[in-house]
Design a protein. Structure first.
Length: 311
């Protein structure tokens, strides 16, 4: 199912060639544009035993979660009933969603959770190559320690689509649905496309190694270390039929200016949507890859619809 939306120019967050490496860094200015502490409440709950139910409705609280030897920052806006988890794309921390969180909470009344992956925002740096298994473990452990074990709507942008796919496969009973926002999806990663994207991104990876302590560079380097085998495996990954999914695909995609890659990205979204039951394809006409910034109204609408469908 495709929906036609008004044509709008992209916001000034054009993706660079860095996007070619599985959307690892998102927008070029991802980390410099956001202050992950500015939009969150200064109040915090120490330790991993805190439950999101300890905060007042509408109040955002910081919970530091321990998992596998490192600490992760989870930001919880307390609501009731279901839980909406927002997972930003590569190179972005939880502040990416700062404009959407209060609107989602007001529209749905649900608890809204954002979090910082390792090395971003307030979360600890974890050295070594990026592993999707570790990303899934971080998300699951954080939710469990917060007392969230069911009725979760997972909203994943860009590279976070990879975490979402494995999370859904391993934990289908935790999820009531997912909204995949111009997400990295398995059908894209043929051997030909993996080789193409890795080669095109090599100059950016080499440049990132000159400033490895910069957060988005650090994540780019860690993803590059495991890129080929990780995406060969990802190409074979499947989404569970039990979890409904809305797939929002942008018109311009991360590869605006490369018609061949644009078509492959859009074909991957179409293939994914058609490959199982309870999946809906929505096209964000005129939008860049940065749909949550270009079309926040659309993202809000689709999340609301997914949450409402589970009641």
């Amino acid at each position: 199912m495709s929906r036609t939306l008004p044509n709008r120019r992209s916001a000034n967050r054009a993706l660079s060639a860095l996007a070619l490496l599985a959307l690892t860094v998102g927008a070029v200015t991802a980390c410099s544009d956001h202050d992950s502490t500015s939009e969150h409440s200064a109040s915090s709950s120490a330790g991993s035993s805190a439950s999101p139910g300890t905060g007042r409705a509408g109040e955002t609280r910081l919970h530091m979660i321990d998992n596998d030897g490192h600490r992760l920052a989870f930001h919880v806006t307390q609501g009731h009933g279901s839980t909406i988890v927002l997972d930003a794309g590569g190179g972005e921390d939880s502040s990416y969603w700062k404009g959407l969180v209060p609107k989602l909470h007001a529209a749905t009344g649900a608890t809204v959770i954002t979090y910082d992956r390792p090395g971003l925002g307030r979360s600890d740096v974890v050295p070594g190559p990026w592993k999707v298994e570790s990303a899934v473990s971080d998300l699951k452990s954080g939710l469990q320690q917060l007392g969230v074990t069911k009725n979760v709507t997972l909203v994943s942008h860009s590279q976070a689509g990879e975490t979402a796919t494995y999370f859904a496969k391993d934990n289908p009973k935790m999820l009531s649905g997912a909204v995949l926002v111009d997400a990295s999806l398995p059908p894209l990663y043929t051997d030909e496309e993996i080789a193409r994207l890795a080669a095109l991104s090599r100059p950016q990876v080499d440049a990132a190694k000159k400033d490895p302590d910069k957060p988005q560079n650090r994540q780019l380097i860690s993803t590059a270390e495991s890129y080929v085998p990780m995406h060969q495996a990802y190409h074979r990954a499947t989404w569970p039929d039990a979890v409904p999914a809305t797939v929002i695909v942008s018109e311009k995609t991360p590869f605006d200016g490369s018609p061949e890659d644009v078509q492959r990205w859009r074909d991957a979204a179409t293939s994914f949507a058609q490959d199982g039951p309870r999946r809906t394809l929505v096209t964000a006409k005129g939008s860049s890859h940065d749909i949550p910034k270009d079309r926040p109204d659309l993202v809000l609408k689709e999340i609301e619809s997914m949450v409402a469908a589970q009641h």
